[in-house]
Ligand binder design. Structure first.
Ligand code: SF4
Length: 95
């Protein structure tokens, strides 16, 4: 094998290494983006947690740890009234 052939072989190996690295980074970026979208989309349906648009006694979404003002919930999908309630109500702790 001449020096020229060896040099050419070395360049091909470096090229393949760089292509593999770029492919791996691109794949990781795509996987990360997909995971981000999945976590944003994975909410429980209101029916699954028996959501109701009125309070259960003094328990209501506005007093729940999962409530996101003005009308959303970290865990349950759809518009959520601050006066609503569901089975996974989690009271805010008072400090
Ligand atoms: S009670 Fe809590 S978990 Fe249930 S919908 Fe209201 S804010 Fe979300």
């Amino acid at each position: 094998m001449s020096d020229e052939t060896g040099d050419r072989h070395g360049r091909l190996c470096r090229r393949r290494l760089l292509q593999s690295a770029v492919g791996a980074v691109g794949g990781a970026a795509i996987a990360g983006a997909a995971a981000g979208n999945a976590s944003a989309a994975m909410k429980i349906s209101r029916a699954a947690v028996a959501y109701q648009d009125h309070p259960q006694g003094d328990k209501r979404c506005g007093k729940c740890l999962q409530f996101v003002p003005p009308d959303s919930c970290k865990l349950v999908d759809g518009p959520i009234s601050p006066l609503g309630f569901c089975r996974i109500f989690t009271p805010m702790t008072r400090t």
